[in-house]
Design a protein around this ligand. Structure first.
Ligand code: ADP
Ligand code: MG
Length: 349
C-alpha cells in the first residue's frame, strides 16, 4: 500500500525509485555505498526494499535512537538486535564466535572484558561469506566512538572483500563529516564511496503518486485537492504519504492535514533546538522562515530579537550547522513544512 506510513519493504509498495534500485544492484560489489537525502525522502524505504530483494545476507543498524554521547555498549546492543532479526542467515557464523551466545531467538555479544570481540574482528568473521552491513542514519555515529568505528571499517575496506557497507543519512553534511572522506585525519580519508543521492518527486510524479495511492484505496479526491497537496508538500514522499493516509482516514481538509504536518515538524525542530542547546538556532530558523535571505538581513534580525550585537563567527557557525543538518541551503528551507513550522518557533528570552 503506497500510503502505508511505515518505511516500505516491497518494490510493489515503493513508488518509482527504479533508477536508484538499479544503481544499488550495479554497485553492490563496492565496499562502501552512501545513500543521502533529506528526511522523509525515502532512504530507509529504498534500503529495505533493496536488501529484501537481493540475495545477499544483510544486517541493518537503525541508529536513530543513538544518543550523542553513546558508548560501546549502546552500539553492541544495536548490533545484537540487528543480528537477532537475521539469525537464520547468520547462525553459522555467529556460532563460531566465542564472544557471542545465541539465546533462543536473540543473541548476546560480549562487549567488554577479556572475551569481548572488537568490531574489526567481528567484521573479519562476517567476511566468511558475502554480507551487507547497513547503518541507517549513520551520522548518529559521530562522537567519541567514531574513530574506532571508522578504523574498523577502514580495516574491512582493505581486508574483508566480502563485505559491503551502506551508510544512509538525512543530515548529509554531518554524515560526510563523520565519514571524513576529505579529512586527512580520518581512517577513511580518500577511500572511494559510491554515492546515491535521493531526490524529491517531480510535480507530475507527486500527482501520480497520490492518484495511485488513492486508487489502491478506492478513493477519488477532486483534482483540486490533489493539486493543492502537491503544491504544499513539494515532492517529499513522506509528507505525501502522510497526506494520503490522513485524507483516506477521513480528514478531508487539506489545511487541517497541513496543520498536523506542521505540528509534527515543529516538534522535530524544537528537539533540534534543544539538542543544540542554543535558542539562537530558533531565532535564525525563524528569520529564514520569515524570508530574511541574506547574511546581513539574518544578522540584523537576530540582533533585533536579542537586543545584542552578535559575533560573525557564531552566526556562521549556526548557519553552517543548519546546512550540515540539511535543514537549509542558501538561506532557503529544503522542506516547506519545516519552513512553516519554523515561523512558529517560540523564542523565550
Ligand atoms: P527516510 O528514511 O528518508 O526518512 P522513509 O523511507 O522513512 O524516509 O520514508 C518516509 C515515508 O515516506 C514513509 O511513510 C514511506 O513509506 C514513504 N515513502 C518514501 N518513499 C516512498 C516511495 N518511493 N514510495 C512510497 N512511499 C514512500
Ligand atoms: Mg529513515
Amino acid at each position: 500500500m503506497l500510503f502505508d506510513p511505515r518505511p516500505k519493504v516491497k518494490r510493489e509498495d515503493l513508488f518509482d525509485r527504479e533508477r536508484e534500485l538499479e544503481d544499488l544492484y550495479k554497485n553492490i560489489d563496492k565496499p562502501i555505498i552512501v545513500l543521502t537525502g533529506i528526511r522523509r525522502i525515502g532512504k530507509t524505504s529504498l534500503l529495505l526494499v533493496f536488501l529484501n530483494e537481493i540475495d545477499i545476507p544483510s544486517i541493518i543498524l537503525d541508529l536513530r535512537g543513538l544518543k550523542p554521547n553513546y558508548g560501546l555498549r549502546d552500539l553492541y546492543r544495536l548490533l545484537a538486535k540487528a543480528f537477532s532479526k537475521k539469525l537464520d542467515k547468520f547462525r553459522d557464523i555467529l556460532e563460531r564466535i566465542r564472544a557471542i551466545t545465541i539465546a533462543g531467538v536473540e543473541i548476546e555479544i560480549k562487549w567488554k572484558g577479556r572475551e569481548a570481540i572488537s568490531l574489526s574482528t567481528l567484521f573479519d568473521y562476517l567476511n566468511y561469506k558475502r554480507t551487507i552491513i547497513a547503518f541507517d542514519e549513520a551520522q548518529k555515529l559521530r562522537g567519541s566512538r567514531s574513530k574506532m568505528i571508522l578504523e574498523a571499517i577502514a580495516h574491512a575496506y582493505d581486508y574483508d572483500e566480502n563485505l559491503t557497507f551502506i551508510f544512509t543519512g538525512s543530515e548529509v553534511g554531518l554524515l560526510y563529516q563523520f565519514l571524513g572522506v576529505d579529512n586527512p585525519k580520518s581512517p577513511l580519508y580518500g577511500r572511494y564511496m559510491h554515492t546515491i543521492s535521493i531526490e524529491r518527486f517531480k510535480h507530475d510524479e507527486s500527482i501520480e503518486f497520490l492518484k495511485r495511492g488513492f486508487n489502491e484505496l478506492g478513493i477519488k479526491p477532486p483534482q483540486k485537492i490533489i493539486e493543492e497537496a502537491v503544491d504544499l508538500f513539494n515532492g517529499i514522499p513522506g509528507w505525501l504519504t502522510f497526506f494520503g493516509n490522513s485524507y483516506a482516514g477521513g480528514i478531508r481538509d487539506v489545511n487541517k492535514i497541513k496543520e498536523y504536518a506542521i505540528r509534527i515538524a515543529l516538534n522535530e525542530l524544537e528537539n533540534l533546538v534543544k539538542e543544540r542547546g542554543s535558542r539562537r538556532y530558533a531565532i535564525v530558523l525563524k528569520a529564514i522562515a520569515l524570508g530574511y535571505n541574506t547574511w546581513g538581513k539574518i544578522k540584523r534580525y537576530v540582533e533585533e530579537v536579542e537586543g545584542k550585537i552578535i559575533s560573525n563567527s557564531i552566526l556562521s557557525n549556526i548557519l553552517n550547522t543548519l546546512e550540515n543538518l540539511s535543514i537549509i541551503k542558501n538561506y532557503e528551507f529544503l522542506d516547506p513544512i519545516y519552513k512553516e513550522a519554523s515561523k512558529r518557533l517560540k523564542i523565550r528570552p
